[in-house]
Write a protein that binds this ligand. Structure first.
Ligand code: OSB
Ligand code: MG
Length: 371
C-alpha cells in the first residue's frame, strides 16, 4: 500500500542553546532549523528535523540551502511519485546531488509517518533491538582549562560516563594532559573538526600517550587518503565524521584503512536508509560505529535514539539529554539520561509527542504544501 501523503508543512524554528557551543570551526548558539511535518490522508503525522547550521562551517549545507532544496526539489519529487516504503525515498532523491541534510529531513519525517501507520516504534521499523542505549556528552571548547574541568565534573555527576572534548591547534595536547591527570580512568575522545593537516603528524602522535578512545576527524573535511596515512602512524583510533557522507564513502574509508571508527549522523549521510546501510557494512567489517549529534531539538534527538538501537552501535553516542541543550525542548516527554543511559520509548514512530504550544512558541515561519 502507498503512503498517502496529503500535505507537508515546513515549520521554521529559532531556538537559543542554553550555552554557546565552541568548536574549531566556530561558535554556535542560536539555532535556526526546520521541523517538517508530513500528514497522511488519515491525519497521521510524521516529523523530521533539519540539522544544517546557518553557516556552512561543518558541511556545505545551510538552513537556507535546506529550504531551497526541500521546497523547490524534494517536495515536488514526492508530489509526482508514489511511495510504498521509506527505503524508496533516498532512491527517489538520488536525482538530486548531495544536499544530504535536506534529503534526510524529509526522509526522516516519512520514516516516522510509516512507523506510526504501522503502529510500531521507529526503532523497531529500522530493525533496532536495544531497549536502552548508552550515551556520552560532547563538550565544547571552554574559556579556560579550569572551566573545562569543572564542566566535566558536573557532567560526570549527572551520570555521563564518556565525554568528548573539542580540540584545535593551540588547544589540544596540554589541555588533554591536564584532563587526563584529573580523570585517570575516564573514557575520553577528542574531536578536531578538521583542524589539522598531515604536517601535524609528529604533534598528533603525542595523543597516543593519553589513552583516548579515539580522535575524531583530525584532517580535511573531505579527505580519506591523508587520514589513512595518519592512522598508519597513530595508535589512537581515528574516527571519521565530516568525511563520511554516503555508504560509498564509508566503504572506501574502510578499504583504505582511513579510520577504525565511524561517527554516523543521519543528516550528514542523507537519511536513515543510508545510515542503516553504513551500519550494516561496518558491522560486517568490524568497524565500530556510534551516533553523532548536531545539537538537535527533540525530533532530531528522537531519530538519533531510534537509530542507535541497531546492534552495531556499540559505542556511546553524543545524544545527551534535552536539558543539556535547551531550557525547554519541543517534545513531551523530554529526552532524559540517567547513569549515561536513555530508555528507548515504546510509543509508535519517534515515540515522543511534539508539543504544539512549544513548537509554535519557537516558530518564526510556516508553509504548507498540498498534494
Ligand atoms: O563534530 O560532532 C561534531 C556539534 C555541532 C557540529 C558538529 C559536531 C557537534 C558536536 C556536538 O560534537 C554533538 C551534540 O551534542 O549534538
Ligand atoms: Mg565531529
Amino acid at each position: 500500500m502507498t503512503i498517502p501523503i496529503k500535505q507537508i508543512t515546513l515549520h521554521k524554528l529559532n531556538m537559543r542553546l542554553k550555552n554557546p557551543f565552541r568548536t574549531s570551526f566556530g561558535t554556535l548558539q542560536d539555532k535556526e532549523f526546520f521541523i517538517i511535518e508530513v500528514m497522511d490522508d488519515d491525519g497521521n503525522r510524521g516529523f523530521g528535523e533539519s540539522v544544517a547550521f546557518t553557516s556552512p562551517w561543518y558541511t556545505e549545507e545551510t538552513v537556507k540551502t535546506n529550504q531551497h532544496m526541500i521546497e523547490d526539489f524534494l517536495i515536488p519529487i514526492l508530489q509526482k511519485n508514489a511511495i510504498y516504503h521509506p527505503d524508496e525515498v533516498s532512491e527517489l532523491f538520488s536525482s538530486i546531488r548531495k544536499n544530504n541534510m535536506a534529503k534526510s529531513t524529509v526522509e526522516g519525517a516519512i520514516w516516522d509517518l510509516y512507523a506510526k501507520r504501522k503502529n510500531i516504534p521507529l526503532a523497531q521499523a529500522l530493525g533496532g533491538t536495544k531497549s536502552e542505549i548508552d550515551v556520552g556528552i560532547s563538550i565544547g571548547i571552554q574559556p579556560t582549562t579550569k572551566d573545562l574541568l569543572r564542566t566535566i565534573d558536573r557532567r560526570l555527576k549527572e551520570g555521563y560516563k564518556r565525554i568528548k572534548l573539542k580540540i584545535k591547534p593551540g588547544h589540544d595536547i596540554d589541555v588533554l594532559r591536564e584532563v587526563r591527570a584529573h580523570f585517570p580512568n575516564l573514557p575520553i575522545m577528542a574531536d578536531a573538526n578538521s583542524a589539522y593537516t598531515l604536517e601535524d603528524v609528529e604533534h598528533l602522535k603525542q595523543l597516543d600517550e593519553l589513552d583516548l578512545m579515539m580522535i575524531e576527524q583530525p584532517l580535511g573535511h573531505d579527505d580519506i587518503v591523508d587520514h589513512a596515512k595518519l592512522q598508519a602512524e597513530l595508535k589512537t583510533p581515528i574516527c571519521l565524521d565530516e568525511s563520511i557522507n554516503s555508504f560509498a564513502d564509508a566503504r572506501k574509508a574502510v578499504q583504505l584503512s582511513s579510520c577504525k571508527v565511524i561517527n554516523l549522523k543521519i543528516g550528514r549521510v542523507g537519511g536513515l536508509t543510508e545510515a542503516k546501510l553504513i551500519h550494516d557494512y561496518c558491522l560486517n567489517h568490524e568497524v565500530a560505529v556510534w551516533c553523532g549529534g548536531m545539537l538537535e531539538a527533540g525530533v532530531g534527538r528522537a531519530h538519533n535514539i531510534a537509530l542507535t538501537t541497531l546492534a552495531g552501535f556499540t559505542l556511546p553516542g553524543d545524544t545527551a539529554g534535552s536539558s543539556n541543550y535547551w531550557e525547554q525542548d519541543i517534545i513531551q516527554p523530554e529526552v532524559t539520561v540517567e547513569n549515561g543511559i536513555i530508555k528507548v520509548p515504546h510509543a509508535p514512530g519517534i515515540g515522543y509527542e511534539v508539543d504544539e504550544a512549544i513548537l509554535n512558541k519557537f516558530t518564526v515561519d510556516v508553509k504548507t504544501f498540498h498534494f
